[in-house]
Design a protein around this ligand. Structure first.
Ligand SMILES: [Mg+2]
Length: 169
């Protein structure tokens, strides 16, 4: 079985933007992210992005635009990310289990890559990122202080590089 780091995207890999991020010009990769991904890969973690992209359902941007951003991220980090899962749905129209805090993106990854949940981590900046991980027995790391107290991560750090030092030690 493999171990995996599940990564939220906005606010973890790239700077969060209240008006959605869907162009390469606005896709600002956060400091230390590439180094963190390299450390994690070296420690033999699979790297899987799990991201809610409800702007697709809202008609703000397309799947192709999102994929361009992901291709750009892969180019910058030299293809270190093993897979991207996204939910295009918005809660107002669809209660898909794909959408975090639903667990389906995680479960798809676990099945596809034969992941051992108990040896894996989720890094996110919102309670909805950590809830599905906890449901599945995946350990949690919270970036920043925007997670509700009842959903707080097992570790609280400032950025992905700090999170990586927790996961590789
Ligand atoms: Mg986020």
């Amino acid at each position: 079985m493999s171990r995996c780091v599940f990564l939220d995207r906005d606010g973890v890999l790239n700077k969060d933007n209240p008006n959605y991020t869907y162009t390469i010009e606005n896709f600002e990769i956060l400091p230390g992210v590439v180094e963190a991904l390299q450390l994690l890969k070296k420690a033999d973690y699979l790297l899987v992005v799990v991201t809610n992209q409800s702007g697709i359902d809202k008609g703000i941007y397309t799947v192709d635009q999102m994929k361009e951003c992901h291709a750009y991220l892969q180019q910058v980090c030299n293809g270190l990310i093993d897979h991207f899962y996204f939910s295009p749905y918005h809660r107002s129209v669809n209660n898909s289990l794909l959408t975090k805090p639903g667990t389906l993106m995680f479960e798809k990854a676990i099945a596809k890559f034969d992941i051992d949940a108990r040896q894996s981590w989720m890094v996110g900046d919102r309670g909805r990122d950590l809830i599905p991980a906890r449901t599945l027995g995946i350990r949690t790391i919270q970036i920043g202080d925007e997670v509700e107290p009842e959903h707080r991560g097992e570790f609280i750090v400032r950025n992905l590089l700090e999170a990586a030092t927790v996961m590789v030690r």
